[in-house]
Design a protein around this ligand. Structure first.
Ligand code: GLA
Length: 487
């Protein structure tokens, strides 16, 4: 391994000899495979984009409220080189993902729904549309891709793919960019795959700082690094239930985004009636008490009157908004793919969603302060409250996530919660740093060797190595690219 690559990898992954040789092997293998797949290419470069674990602030981003994730030292890496024409050619190290190619020509027509190549297309389409790469002069790239982020686990492997693909496309075109602008563009660009996601995942993958969590505020995007106290280690435990953004989860996720939009419209209408004027609001944060000059208790009272019964049917929503049902659908229920979300059989659960979002937003502010003050007991308590709210009001948990969370607390975590969109995927646990080994051993016995073995009828994802399903998190720095021959 060239010494400069070794230094580069040490600066990214830390200097433990194990980590250094593990990552050196990964990068060298990708480079060798690139030379075998695409012989004769010069000007090769590497791109890496990390996954993330969200510590608190779930389903708040698309409502305009803050989040606090941290980037992981698990990432997606491209060994790539710019091409001569517009062709983009992709080889994934993981044989489950077949080779893909397409032209960097606007508009980029998606592959079939669920195809992994759509995450690369999302980035390319987003950059062309935003003018960050010129539509008329774009050149493509060739890449061999490898990754260490567990998939469909709520750790943002898909957003890391979008971010890495965007950086590869920018590097291939030698296009200058600002990371914050890029994060904003990519937050929207990923909706290409049909999910109405917020901007958290792309922002933290790009803008994270090592050793820190990142408080992110939206509209406009702002970030603040939050130092992580040494006494606490965040541990991820995968429930082994798949939560794939490109499968059924997309519908459940979009439903909640739309229920929040309906909450916004109904609340804006009610506030407008109270104030005798029209209130314009795009998302719930536009209607926070401090924005519109109401005290929290007054605002809650208005909200309770406007949306406080459960569930609400489409005709009731329409009547309150003084619209027809069709107008409600076309103005508030449209999904990224141009189809309206149908009224769920159990109605829109608007009050619960509202309660989760406003309480979770408050918890993010408190958790940032608690981390800054090193008050780890308070961080844990807020994580526990967040899980209860995600489970009961936002209804994004499942029996396995609830089981992991309660085992986590029994086994010594100060706080445990689901992380990411939910419906499966991972939990995150705040564990005193001197109890990490003990905690992992207890989780292995109680969940992976216990619950998972007992509940044979559940669709658990098989795994080879326990270190890929439960692990300590090291806060990595944000995504980057660099020329391969410069280390
Ligand atoms: C997914 C989305 C994010 C965010 C989380 C839930 O990860 O991509 O934008 O909404 O779900 O907090």
């Amino acid at each position: 391994m060239p010494n400069d690559l070794s230094q580069k990898l040490q600066s990214i992954y830390g200097s433990s000899p194990d980590a250094a040789s593990f990552h050196a092997t990964r990068y060298n293998n990708l480079q060798r495979k690139f030379q075998a797949e695409f012989p004769g290419h010069h000007g090769q470069f590497f791109v890496r984009a990390p996954g993330r674990v969200n510590l608190i602030g779930e389903h708040t981003d698309y409502n305009g409220y803050p989040v606090m994730p941290m980037a992981l030292d698990r990432d997606i890496v491209f060994a790539a080189a710019s091409g001569e024409g517009t062709a983009i050619e992709l080889v994934n190290e993981n044989a489950r993902f077949e080779r893909r190619s397409f032209a960097a020509e606007f508009p980029v027509i998606p592959f079939e729904q669920g195809d992994w190549g759509n995450y690369v297309k999302a980035a390319v389409q987003g950059l062309l549309e935003a003018g960050l790469v010129s539509k008329s002069k774009a050149v493509g790239f060739q890449a061999v891709i490898g990754g260490t982020i567990p998939e469909s686990a709520g750790l943002s492997s898909s957003s890391a793919m979008v971010v890495a693909a965007a950086l590869a496309f920018l590097a291939a075109n030698k296009a200058a960019f600002d990371k914050k602008v890029l994060a904003d563009v990519l937050g929207r660009a990923e909706r290409y795959v049909g999910s109405e996601g917020g901007g958290m995942d792309q922002a933290v993958s790009l803008l994270a700082e090592p050793g820190h969590a990142l408080r992110i505020d939206f509209f406009p995007l702002r970030t603040e690094p939050v130092p992580l106290p040494k006494e606490i280690t965040f541990i991820v435990c995968n429930s082994l239930i798949r939560a794939s953004k490109s499968e059924g989860v997309r519908h459940a996720y979009n439903r909640r985004v739309i229920e929040c939009r309906l909450a916004t419209a109904l609340l804006a209408k009610a506030i407008g009636q109270k104030m005798g004027k029209t209130i314009k609001a795009t998302r719930l944060s536009d209607l926070a008490g401090e924005q519109i000059g109401f005290k929290p208790a007054e605002l809650r009272e208005i909200a309770h009157q406007a949306i406080g019964e459960q569930p609400l049917t489409l005709p009731t929503v329409a009547q309150r908004l003084e619209l027809t049902a069709e107008q409600v659908q076309s103005e508030h229920c449209m999904q990224g793919d141009g189809t309206p979300l149908q009224e769920p059989p159990d109605g829109f659960r608007i009050w619960n969603r509202y309660n989760h979002v406003v309480s979770e937003a408050e918890r993010v502010g408190l958790a940032v302060k608690a981390l800054m003050n090193g008050d780890i007991a308070e961080v844990g308590a807020l994580m526990n409250q967040s899980h209860a709210s995600c489970r009961d009001d936002y209804e994004v948990s499942c029996p396995e996530l609830d089981m992991l969370v309660s085992l986590g607390r029994e086994n010594g975590a100060l706080g445990s919660r689901l992380t990411g969109a939910g419906f499966g995927g991972c939990t995150v646990h705040a564990v005193p740093s001197d109890q990490v080994t003990e905690f992992l051993r207890k989780m292995d016995n109680s969940y992976y060797q216990g619950y998972v073995k007992r509940e044979r009828s559940r669709p658990f994802t098989p795994y080879n190595n326990l270190n890929d399903v439960r692990f300590s998190c090291y806060a990595a720095r944000g995504a980057e690219f660099w020329p391969a021959d410069e280390g």
